[in-house]
Design a protein around this ligand. Structure first.
Ligand code: PMP
Ligand code: GLN
Length: 395
């Protein structure tokens, strides 16, 4: 049989064909086009600390980072990341061998999967999952195996038996995310201990996305997986300045792990961006050294925002799930007489002047996610109140 000519072949390869345009781009464009309040894509509508912004300006002016920074990241930032892990969690990392700076958490995730997964390997991930996970697993040629978080007593929870059952001889790694986007769930110490025991027992690698580590509310506690017994040596931990310092456009992220795992991730990372965000790396190094009071004030402010939006959504008739962490509230639209989150989100700008994200995009089992819709609360209080006012029109 003759090979298909290139003009007959789809341009986008099979690995990526299912992904289309990310929902965040689609929904942010919809918000712009319709002049709606954008509670879709998770980015703050106010910039982070002035002194951090000034630190970036200083770095630019002084010519620090305007040319390619070192591949692993500037030493100041690697040292600051290691000091942060030590100060917050008692985890020791060697800034030279065990820290890698990346172009946001997104590149860290992609590089980790490209480095660690062979074609055909299974990657177990918590569903609903952040959209780049599925795409990165696919680019690595891996097979994703979802374990679905399900509503239980007002919050989305992990079923540990289901997680155990998902691990097969082909499983290469567990991809964990806590605090969890989009559900707002923070895995408890007991749950994470069970995840850790499973990883040790089955000798799995773990990639853990902890970009919302500082955004945990009420009594919730962020437990880094790497702090649990047997985990430091098998865990790649991912962080990002975007969420912690409200500079999502700077794209400064990092990986902490063993020298061997960091070397592997760097092998892939060097051929993605090689390096990024030179001057911003110096600014983030200063940001990570901010006193505890900064992190606590930021957390409290986000918690207040969560409360404003949760109250507004409840009044508008949504079922609101508990949010113990992140920027996001997941709701169920069925009390409003709706069942299809996609259709609901596409009509929401016209009906209420608000944009949200249909959680179904984060599911392989689309039906399981159909009635859930995510709203971001990393916005000014007056914006959240106005959104709540508008959403009352739906009732
Ligand atoms: N992981 C999760 C869970 C996220 O929500 C996001 C988006 N903010 C990222 C990773 C990507 O982070 P970054 O902007 O640092 O690439
Ligand atoms: N992490 C952000 C969110 O979940 C979006 C980031 C992006 O647009 N890629 O809303």
């Amino acid at each position: 049989m003759a090979a298909m000519t290139s003009s007959e072949r789809p341009l986008l390869n099979r690995r990526l064909a299912e992904f289309g345009t990310t929902i965040f781009a689609e929904m942010s464009a919809l918000a712009l086009r319709t002049g709606s309040i954008n509670l879709g894509q998770g980015f703050p509508d106010t910039d982070g600390p002035e002194e951090v912004r000034e630190a970036a300006v200083r770095a630019l002016r002084e010519g620090r980072g305007n040319q390619y920074p070192p591949g692993p990241g500037v030493p100041e930032l690697r040292t600051a990341v290691a000091a942060h892990q030590q100060r917050r969690y008692g985890l020791s990392y060697d800034p030279d061998a065990e820290v890698l700076v990346t172009a946001g958490a997104t590149e860290a995730i992609a590089a980790a999967l490209l480095a660690l997964v062979e074609p055909g390997d299974e990657v177990v991930a918590l569903e609903p999952y952040y959209d780049s996970y599925a795409a990165s697993i696919a680019m690595a040629g891996g097979t994703r195996v979802p374990v679905t978080l399900r509503p239980d007593a007002g919050a989305f929870r992990l079923d540990l038996d289901e997680l155990r059952a998902a691990v097969t001889p082909r499983t290469r790694l567990l991809l964990v995310n806590t605090p969890h986007n989009p559900t707002g769930t923070v895995l408890t110490r007991a749950e994470l201990t069970a995840v850790a025991e499973l990883a040790v027992e089955r000798d799995l690698l773990v990639v853990t996305d902890e970009v919302y580590e500082h955004l945990v509310y009420d009594e919730a506690e962020h437990v880094p997986l790497a702090t649990l017994p047997g985990m430091r040596e098998r865990t790649v931990t991912i962080g990002s300045a975007g969420k912690t310092f409200s500079f999502t456009g700077w794209k400064v992220g990092w990986v902490t792990s063993t020298p061997e795992l960091v070397t592997a991730v760097r092998s892939a990372k060097q051929f993605l961006t090689y390096v990024a965000s030179g001057p911003f790396q110096y600014a983030v190094a200063e940001a990570l050294a901010l006193p505890d009071a900064y992190f606590e004030a930021f957390r409290r402010d986000m918690q207040t925002k969560r409360d404003i939006l949760a109250a507004g959504l409840t009044e508008a008739g949504f079922q609101v799930y508990d949010t113990a962490g992140t920027y996001f509230i997941t709701t169920d639209i069925r009390p409003l007489g709706e069942t299809d989150g996609f259709a609901f989100c596409r009509s929401l700008p016209e009906r209420a002047g608000v944009v949200a994200i249909p959680n179904a995009v984060f599911y392989d089992h689309r039906e399981a996610g159909a009635p859930f819709v995510r709203f971001a609360f990393c916005k000014r209080a007056e914006v959240l109140k106005e959104a709540a006012e508008r959403l009352r029109r739906l009732a």
